[in-house]
Write a protein that binds this ligand. Structure first.
Ligand SMILES: Nc1nc2c(ncn2[C@@H]2O[C@H](COP(=O)(O)OP(=O)(O)OP(=O)(O)O)[C@@H](O)[C@H]2O)c(=O)[nH]1
Ligand SMILES: [Mg+2]
Length: 210
């Protein structure tokens, strides 16, 4: 995949991952939705995309059970093999392009291409297996991206207060932490808004405007 996003004329996005399209008043932002296997990435993008989301789901086979741990997601029959893609327009003509990225270690080489030009990442976590989100958080930090963490609230997952969650996830005090049900559009939009607020607050003004 080439750099983040290009305008219809093919002009590349700015290094900061956002781009202003002259004549349309739209600002395009590339964001990643990341997290471990089965944490709800596809569900979240499906819930909030205003376009028919692109998915590359494949039915899982018995042999995959050795590498993809089904604990907590027993009813799951498919996994995302490459990426999910969706789009969401926020007030102010801020157009978010969302790339769901697989969290399994074996997809790490693909990850570097997907991350190129992104402005930030929403990391999904599940309180039944918080440590499973560490690897993807490491990759994001290595890539120099800002992120927010959204705990996807599965009904049988334990609830912890946010202080405990921050401690367990070893979050920087500035990193937003939100709870959301990935199936719920409003909650998923709110999670993305917290990410966008965080990344824009740390993006130089010249990367936000023409
Ligand atoms: N109860 C509940 N189930 C959820 C929630 N989010 C996702 N699920 C279910 O959990 C399973 C996993 O969700 P996916 O969206 O496929 O997860 P994923 O992160 O895309 O998974 P991979 O692409 O395989 O890594 C699916 O069966 C979803 O229906 C949630 O908030 N609550
Ligand atoms: Mg998926």
């Amino acid at each position: 995949m080439d750099s983040a996003l290009s305008s219809p004329s093919g002009a590349p996005a700015t290094g900061g991952g956002s781009m202003y399209l002259s004549g349309t008043d739209q600002t395009l932002v590339k964001l990643l939705v990341a997290g471990p296997f089965g944490v709800g990435k596809t569900t979240l993008i499906r819930a909030l995309s205003e376009t028919q989301p692109l998915h590359t789901e494949e039915v899982m086979t018995q042999s995959g059970a050795f590498v993809d741990d089904l604990a907590g997601v027993r009813e799951k029959t498919t996994t995302t093999v490459a990426i999910d893609f969706g789009r969401l327009t926020l007030p102010g003509d801020l157009v978010l392009y969302l790339f769901g990225t697989p969290g399994q270690k074996r997809f790490r080489p693909l990850w570097q291409d997907i991350a190129r030009g992104a402005l930030g990442a929403l990391v999904l976590a599940d309180t039944r297996r918080l440590a499973d989100s560490f690897e993807v958080m490491d990759i994001i930090e290595e890539a120099g991206l800002r992120y927010a963490v959204a705990v996807n609230t599965f009904p049988d997952a334990p609830n912890y207060d946010s202080e405990k969650l921050r401690e367990a996830l070893d979050l920087h005090p500035e990193t937003p932490l939100v709870l959301c049900d990935a199936r719920d559009r409003d909650q998923s939009v709110d999670a993305l808004i917290s990410l966008v607020g965080h990344v824009l607050a740390h993006t130089p003004q010249e990367n936000q405007n023409p």
